[in-house]
Ligand binder design. Structure first.
Ligand SMILES: [Zn+2]
Length: 161
């Protein structure tokens, strides 16, 4: 188990043990079937698990997103836990970002950013020649995606950062 459950996540689960006779998930308004011998459905088992294991849950989310986007990833749970403790990471206030956006999610390349700082940094970075070159190499096989990005950059340029 990680640090204590976040109240925001647990508050969304209201279990009604009286529903046990019905054979469906104990969570209020949920009509999914229970999973195995559990009193909840798969979705709510996962929701409860994420609430009880916030750090592991966040790491899993980052890993999945990195995999989908083809970004290298080498963080272990132990490394990430220590990183979060050392840097005072709070999932509601901060984002985990890569210091060098052309490198992957490795212990030496991740930083904690305030959520609004992350957005501002992203807008600045998208204008840097180095990042543009990196993007071009990645997007060479997809003209359409590159066009969409260029459009986003033009819109970002109009923002007062
Ligand atoms: Zn359910």
């Amino acid at each position: 188990m990680d640090t204590p459950a976040s109240p925001r996540l647990t508050a969304s689960i209201t279990r009604l043990p009286a529903k046990r006779k019905t054979g469906c998930c104990d969570v209020k308004h949920c009509r999914n079937r229970r999973r195995g011998k559990s009193f909840m459905c798969s979705k709510h088992i996962m929701q409860e698990w994420r609430a009880n294991n916030p750090v592991t849950s966040i790491l899993n989310t980052i890993r999945d997103r990195a995999r989908r986007r083809g970004i290298p990833f080498s963080l272990s749970l132990q490394e990430f836990k220590e990183f979060c403790a050392t840097n005072g990471y709070n999932s509601r206030q901060h984002h985990i970002d890569r210091d060098d956006p052309t490198d992957g999610y490795h212990l030496h390349n991740i930083v904690v950013l305030g959520a609004s700082a992350n957005i501002a940094k992203g807008n600045r970075e998208r204008h840097s020649p180095r990042y543009q070159a990196y993007l071009a190499s990645r997007m060479a096989d997809s003209r359409r995606q590159a066009d969409n990005l260029r459009q986003a950059h033009e819109e970002a340029a109009e923002l007062p950062y």
